[in-house]
Design a protein around this ligand. Structure first.
Ligand code: 7PM
Length: 281
């Protein structure tokens, strides 16, 4: 895939000519992977990820887990993430991304120093397009079902990457109409079940065909870290999915994904550095 994408993340430059690592920093009380429950320890966790070579830290204050604890209000979500964004922006030179669908959280965290918005609902919430348009930071548009599927719902796709691409193309058009320059959009096929709407088989097919998502000509982010398709394929619990996650990260980077979203920053950075060294040999 053509490289040469350079994004301006609130004054910090993100050069996507080689794969970059986004570290997951959850400030929710209910993250499915225990190690990222760091509401109180976020500063230590963030510093570790920065030292481990993370290019971006993704701060999440709303769990997307099906049925988890009930969605927080915009004010509760803002309260969870704002202190963290302010604290990190003051201390580290890393790009701060906020995993949110809420217009209030978009506006306020960007004012506080966030350099990227990561929305698993691709700015579909009322007011989110307008809030993002008022900022100047890159936006990750992820494919999902938007509504939480009913229990037992099984998603069916003829060609999952094609259908995901069509959805994202439509969201890119809506963004442009709202005044969000295409040059600040990043695409993500949304690996995983629940509201992300993929079965393990879909996830494997998306990873195999990920290169096709580049046909829209925008940078691609892949978030597969410790997700259930890795568990389903290998028969591993969440804590035992590191090797599978690293393999997935390498395959995604090999398919041209420019940003890999992970729990295990140090290990992923090593994998991508080795890959990069081979390609430059
Ligand atoms: C429960 C279910 C807890 C799902 C956490 C998750 C992505 C994301 C998430 C992704 C982008 C997780 C997910 N996943 N943002 N936020 N892409 N852009 O496993 O794949 O981290 S939350």
């Amino acid at each position: 895939m053509a490289d040469g994408f350079t994004l301006d993340c609130a004054g910090k430059t993100l050069d996507l000519s080689k794969p970059r690592v986004m570290g997951i920093l959850n400030v929710t009380p209910d993250s499915f992977y225990q190690q990222s429950r760091c509401s109180d320890r976020w500063l230590v966790a963030a510093e570790q990820m920065v030292n481990d070579g993370a290019d971006i830290l993704d701060i999440g204050g709303e769990s997307t887990r099906p049925g988890a604890s009930g969605a927080p209000t915009q004010e509760e979500e803002l309260e969870r993430v704002l202190l963290v964004v302010e604290g990190l922006a003051a201390r580290f030179d890393v790009i701060i991304s906020v995993d949110t669908s809420s217009p209030l959280v978009i506006s306020e965290t960007v004012k506080a120093g966030a350099g990227m918005i990561n929305d698993v609902r691709a700015l579909q919430r009322t007011g989110a397009l307008e809030a993002a348009a008022q900022t100047n930071v890159p936006v990750v548009l992820m494919h999902s079902l938007v509504d939480q599927p009913a229990p037992g719902f099984v998603p069916v796709y003829d060609d999952v990457i094609l259908q995901v691409s069509q959805y994202l193309m439509e969201r890119v058009a809506r963004c442009q109409e709202a005044g969000i320059n295409r040059e600040r959009l990043i695409l993500d096929p949304g690996f995983g079940g629940g509201m992300f709407g993929k079965t393990p088989t879909c996830d494997l097919a998306m990873l195999r065909d990920l290169r096709r998502l580049h046909q829209l000509g925008l940078p691609v982010l892949a978030g597969m870290s410790r997700k259930s398709f890795i568990g389903a394929t290998l028969g591993r619990e969440a804590q035992e999915r590191l090797a599978g996650s690293l393999a997935a990260a390498m395959l995604a980077a090999q398919a041209g994904a420019q940003i890999i979203r992970v729990h295990d920053v140090a290990e992923t950075v090593d994998v991508l550095r080795l890959m990069q060294a081979v390609s430059e040999a």
